[in-house]
Design a protein around this ligand. Structure first.
Ligand code: 3HC
Length: 283
């Protein structure tokens, strides 16, 4: 089954990236937000990202215009009614995601595939509120979506092979390398990523090394594009805390106990780049 029209719920950091990449690769896209203000902000960010690509000579003006013409922003979920695939990229709140899936299940055609871009929540929990659990799977994209090459698809115990095959075809057509993960806490990538981040936070918290040495050590010693504390500031400390806590809640594995400092920083609003302060200052 080849998709023609993709729906994206949420035009935040992940949603707008998914919308941009889908439109760039030729799909018609509908992206929704909960109000006009957030929608305008998200659409402006897509415009800016494409303008940057033109500036850098990575895209022609004609291709930018074509891409933009393929994206329709909306505040009305009914617009998803003729989408072949809808990717929900709302905030990481299971109650909210379930509510969105109940709505999508009602609005979308019976054959449409529904997907959640969660980084850690149980995909089966959202599939179970629909009447089409065989057509539900997880799509875990990475930040920044237009740059990161990986797409992690998450297959639940009810996802059909047909659904998975269609999502694999779509993921590859976006230019992503696609892996298939089981619906287990952390899937594949965050199961490896979070203990590494916890260790970096603990090293910093206990004064083993300075933030700069931790970052430089990992960046140059392991050839990572950025060190863990810089990366934490980019991803958002609240997001990381949420993922670590969610994996711990399901596994009770001590590898996923969030360091006290991380929790305090989130409480203080030191969330990283987005608030101007995290492990580093950005003001
Ligand atoms: N949108 C679009 N393009 C972007 C971008 C964005 N937000 N940020 C950077 N780019 C592009 C730039 O235009 C540039 O393209 P070019 O080389 O063709 O000109 C390229 O990416 C490199 O950017 P810069 O030169 O500005 O900066 P860097 O070389 O430092 O790269 C980076 C920035 C791509 C963010 C790189 O440092 C990186 O890959 N960092 C690691 C990111 C990572 O690990 N992400 C995963 C986070 S975990 C996650 O998402 C999972 C979740 O569940 C927690």
């Amino acid at each position: 089954m080849a998709f023609k029209k993709i729906g994206v719920v949420g035009c935040g950091l992940m949603g707008r990236g998914i919308a941009e990449v889908s439109a760039k690769t030729g799909y018609d896209v509908v992206v929704s937000e909960i109000n006009r203000e957030l929608l305008d902000k998200g659409m402006a960010a897509i415009n800016q990202s494409l303008a940057k690509a033109v500036e850098k000579g990575k895209m022609t003006e004609a291709d930018r215009d074509k891409t933009l013409s393929k994206i329709k922003g909306t505040v009305d979920m009914q617009e998803f009614k003729d989408c072949d695939l809808v990717v929900e990229a709302a905030i990481e709140n299971l109650g909210l995601k379930k509510k969105i899936f109940i709505d999508l299940d009602r609005i979308c055609a019976p054959g449409a595939i529904l997907s959640t871009n969660t980084s850690c929540l149980s995909v089966m929990d959202v599939a179970a509120v629909t009447k089409r659990p065989d057509k539900v799977l997880g799509c875990h994209f990475f930040n920044p979506v237009p740059v990161m090459k990986l797409l992690e698809l998450v297959k639940t115990i009810t996802t059909s092979q047909e659904t998975l095959d269609a999502a694999l075809e779509w993921g590859k057509s976006l230019g992503k390398t696609v892996i298939v993960a089981p619906d287990r806490p952390g899937f594949i990538v965050n199961r490896a990523f979070m203990p590494y981040m916890v260790e970096a936070f603990e090293m910093y918290e206990s004064g083993v090394a300075s933030r700069e040495d931790i970052d430089t050590g990992v960046q140059l010693g392991l050839n990572h594009p950025m060190g863990p504390l810089t990366l934490a500031d980019m991803v958002g400390l609240d997001t990381l805390l949420f993922v670590i806590d969610a994996i711990y809640a399901e596994t009770k594995n001590p590898k996923f106990v969030a360091p006290v400092l991380l929790r305090k920083m989130v409480t203080a609003g030191h969330l990283g780049r987005k608030t101007g302060k995290g492990f580093y200052d950005y003001k």
